[in-house]
Design a protein around this ligand. Structure first.
Ligand SMILES: Nc1nc2c(c(=O)[nH]1)N[C@H]1C(S)=C(S)[C@@H](COP(=O)(O)O)O[C@H]1N2
Ligand SMILES: [Mo]
Length: 421
């Protein structure tokens, strides 16, 4: 099965499951209150109905898709073993030390051996002054569709890095987590030290994350502590973090690089569908919905194009720049953000939101996802290719002509739609 189809089916099954729970079983939710303001929208019924079925904006911790490696996966080991290996908040220890092969000068490495490894209390102390929260979509470079979106809370990694008092020969930082004590199972990521010390433009910092959507990070999500790199694909956000290694190596040494992945590629902007009714009746209005990932280049438009099989294709190559793309509606911030946030509110402060409110400073929020909807007035009978794409903040079509899957999948999605009486 193609990656794209795999994503599509997974998302659709999930949306239908939630819809059933909410309407059939729970039955308590009315269209007017969830999840978007419908009453004052002025939208047609067919569009409002499709929008009401959309997944919540933020994902419950337990609803994230899990792609953890390991035999067994570290979050599935018995609770007693978790205590022994430092995978609970009380037992967690982080070693921050120099790379023996490319040593930096550090005055104070933090190690178990020296008895000064960094623990959860130390982290909470730093959190009192330095904690940050930001929304982010977690996406696997190799899967393409997001695994979940949440508000991640943590302490900037630089605060811990400075504790080791580095003074020379430090260019790269690599890090890994608990891997069953088996070197073969180690999954390592790395960053240039500059990205940890400073945040380019308005990016949030790289954090040692301990909470997601206001709750302690669960073991499945990488708790007690994982790295979260705001602008990166999932593989940079190492779970069950145990070691940070400061190095003078001049290049990336991520485990993911060994599998032909482009490990310096930031999150891409692209659109995908969530609900596509098929078949639909000829000349009858129908609605489409979907999501767009808002990558590093931002998002200004989501566009759809319905092309009937047999009709002439527009000139201009495989990225269809000259096709008659139509703008879809990018949905406004939801009234109910979902994700199980405490009191159903955005915790304050959260980067990207106005202090003390649930109001985003700008919309859509970069490095997250947003939902879109489109109403088609009706089509003549036939088989159609439905495609969707985005236009980024600077006005460039996204995905750019970029066939490299290993830089993060961001294809123009194509889905078949049947129009028959
Ligand atoms: N320790 C560890 N961290 C890891 C991984 C791993 O296998 N081991 N997988 C990475 C990859 S490839 C992805 S896409 C994300 C997925 O995060 P999630 O399982 O919380 O959705 O975790 C990353 N962190
Ligand atoms: Mo991944």
């Amino acid at each position: 099965m193609s990656n794209q189809l795999d994503c599509f089916l997974a998302e659709h099954a999930e949306v239908s499951r939630r819809w059933l729970l909410r309407t059939g079983v729970a039955g308590a939710v009315t269209l007017g209150t969830w999840p978007f303001a419908l009453a004052e929208s002025g939208r047609s019924a067919v569009l409002e109905e499709a929008i009401a079925k959309l997944e919540p904006y933020f994902t419950l911790q337990g609803d994230f898709r899990d792609v953890s490696r390991g035999e067994p996966t570290p979050h599935s080991i018995p609770d007693e073993t978790k205590v022994q290996v430092g995978m609970t908040r009380d037992s967690w220890r982080l070693e921050v030390s120099g790379d023996p092969d490319h040593p930096p000068r550090l005055r104070k490495p933090l190690t178990r051996e020296k008895g000064n490894a960094f623990d959860f209390n130390d982290l909470m102390q730093l959190a009192e002054r330095h904690a940050v929260r930001f929304p982010k979509v977690m996406t696997c470079l190799n899967i393409g569709c997001p695994l979940g979106t949440g508000i991640w809370e943590g302490v900037p990694l630089r605060e811990v890095l400075w504790l080791t008092r580095p003074s020379e020969n430090l260019r790269r930082v690599f890090y890994y987590g608990y891997h069953n004590g088996d070197p073969e199972q180690m999954f390592r990521s790395s960053l240039p030290v500059g990205r940890i010390l400073e945040d380019p433009f308005d990016l949030p910092p790289v954090i040692l994350c301990y909470k997601l959507n206001g709750d302690w990070l669960t073991s499945e999500r990488g708790g007690p502590v994982r790295i979260v790199v705001p602008e990166a694909y999932g593989f940079k956000s190492i779970k069950w973090l145990t070691h940070v290694v400061l190095s003078n190596i001049a290049h990336a040494n991520d485990t993911y690089a060994e599998q032909n992945n482009d490990v310096d590629s930031p999150l891409k902007t692209f659109a995908a569908t969530l609900s596509v009714p098929s078949p639909v009746k000829p000349d009858t209005p129908f609605a489409l919905t979907g999501y767009a990932q808002v990558g590093i280049s931002g998002l200004s438009k989501v566009q759809v194009w319905l092309h009937r099989e047999g009709d002439e294709m527009p000139a201009g190559g495989r990225y269809f720049s000259n096709a008659p793309w139509q703008d879809a509606e990018i949905l406004s911030p939801p009234k109910d953000w979902g994700g199980g946030l405490p009191d159903n509110r955005i915790p304050s402060p959260t980067l990207g939101f106005e202090l003390g409110t649930d109001k985003p400073v700008s919309w859509p929020l970069r490095l997250t996802k947003v939902h879109w909807a489109y109403r088609c007035d009706g089509l003549p009978a036939g088989e159609y290719a439905l495609r969707c794409r985005t236009v980024d903040e600077k006005g460039y079509e996204q995905p750019l002509p970029r066939p490299f899957k290993k830089s993060g999948r961001a294809a123009i999605e194509q889905v078949t739609l049947q129009v028959t009486s």
